[in-house]
Design a protein around this ligand. Sequence first.
Ligand code: ATP
Ligand code: MG
Length: 415
Amino acid sequence: MNYKAPRGTRDIFGETVLGLNLLEQKAKEIFIRHGFDEVRTPIFEEAALFTRSIGQTTNIVEKEMYIFEDKKKRKLALRPEGTVSLARAFIEHRMDVSRSACKFFYSGEMFRYERPQAGRYRQFRQIGAEIYASSSPATDAEIIILAQEVLSSLGIDKISIHINSLGCEKCRPFFREALVKYFSSVKDLCEDCLRRLEKNPLRLLDCKIDSCKFTDDVPEMSDYLCCDCKDNFYIVQLLLKKANCNFTVNGRLVRGLDYYTRTVFEVRSSTVGSQDALAAGGRYDNLIKEIGGQNTPAVGFAIGAERALLAAQNVGFFENLKIPEKIFVAIADQELFSEAFTFAVKITKYGINGNKDISVFGPINGKSLTNQLKFAAKIQASKTIVFAKTEFENDKVLIKNMKDKTQSEIDLNKL
Ligand code: ATP
Ligand code: MG
């Protein structure tokens, strides 16, 4: 029987895995420099945590969650995103009360049952950051600038930052009402949107189905913001401008999760095809209270690692990859196996002339030298160090350069 990785998942190896590691390492360095601490939450949580906080009528909760029962009939879900898990951890460890730390970052696998396509998987990685306990619009600006800094550290330059304000519980109901009025007269709404019209009209703006497309006169939240929300959004924009962060105000931007309030944003790239959102986030001042914590305002974002890698790859990110030099240790005479073995152990531990950026293979016993060299070529070793009797008696080994096929002798004690 032939088994395959489940639909929407993939095996990651070679340059891609090195690329993802480098991308995450760069992001982590930036987060740490900005005062963020890393948190690792479990990959699965109680399903109710997500259904309650992300919103019953969102795509994630309606269609995309991997929910299962364990042997004790507990209803669990593979995490579809990181923000809610982090908020749960923040409350569980009483940090909402002590306020001892408030800037966190995470990176890890997320799971969503989506239709797989380029840049959209059922298992994917997100790198995210959250700041708790500040309601200042300066924190919104800080988060947006941070998302931009991480992406530009990867060399990604052709990005556009879309921002919007979704208002607060005071002003949003008026916007909802206007949306219901507008969409009630649109014919041919899809089945989901008909339901959204009743339960969650903001989600209509995010529908990808053609018959639900709206025209230019669709209501925009900016016309309904209350004075506080308007001032707030103005300050966010002012601070972004002062920091030379280019952005576009996009009155139709809504997010796929219900917990957002006020500022939301998305970072898009024109270089990665139709799945063009590399990162997204915003403010969520009610989430922590809603899931049982003390009232704690919060703002954060998540970068889609695979999409960011795709964009980075398009601007030569893979040229920065530090691929360790592969060294193969071979034996021309079988009785030198133990000497070659000890040598391989030594260079693995101490490197060659202090260079530890190497990857050591061999020796293999019971194979002819020709076969060993064939193997060395197959694994793309750049050098093969050959232990041969005549040279070894003079404390020397042969070094074969696998690319230009040249060969030289070198004193063992010089390695
Ligand atoms: P989209 O509109 O593309 O579905 P989203 O609004 O569902 O994105 P968020 O939940 O805000 O996305 O997640 C933040 C980022 O995570 C996205 O901007 C994207 O880069 C990435 N992402 C989301 N879903 C997937 C997926 N299924 N596969 C790969 N990356 C994803
Ligand atoms: Mg989505």
